[in-house]
Design a protein around this ligand. Sequence first.
Ligand code: ZN
Length: 159
Amino acid sequence: MCRSGRTEIRPETDFRADAQYQAAKMVCPCADCQAAGRVRRRAARTVRKKEDPRRKQNRELARQRITGRVEYFAPLVGVTYNRIFIKEQKTRWGSCSSLGNLNFNWKLILLDEELLDYVVVHELAHRKQMNHSQAFWAEVERVLPDYRARRRRLRECRV
Ligand SMILES: [Zn+2]
C-alpha cells in the first residue's frame, strides 16, 4: 500500500499476467518473424566472439522508427511520456513504468507496422491506466478501433 492508502501499482506483476507479454508457444506464421528467427540462428553460429555489428544498427533503426510512432500517437492518446528505452527483452514487446518511461523491444521493427503501432498505443494507454481494466482497453480502442485483431496477431508472434 502506498501512503495514499491505495493499492500500489506493480506493473511488473501486472504485465507478466498479461498473456500478450508471455512468450508465445506458437511459431509466428508471418514471414517477417520467421526471417527474424533465421537471422538470429545464423548470427549465433557465425558470430561467436565479436558482437554482431548489425545488432547496434538494428537497435538504432528501432529507436528511430519507434520514437517516430510514439511521437505520432502520444497526442492521439492524449498523454506525455518520459524516456524511451530500446531493449532486447526475451518475452516482452514493451512495457511502461510508473515514471512514464516506455520500454520497447527492438524486434518490433521486424513485425508489421500495424503490430508495432498496437504495442506503441498499448504502452501509451498505460500512461492513463496502469492496468488492463475496461477503461484501459477503451483508451486503446479509441485510437485503434481494430486493436483486437492486432492483438490476436501479435500473440502469434514470438518475441
Ligand atoms: Zn499492458
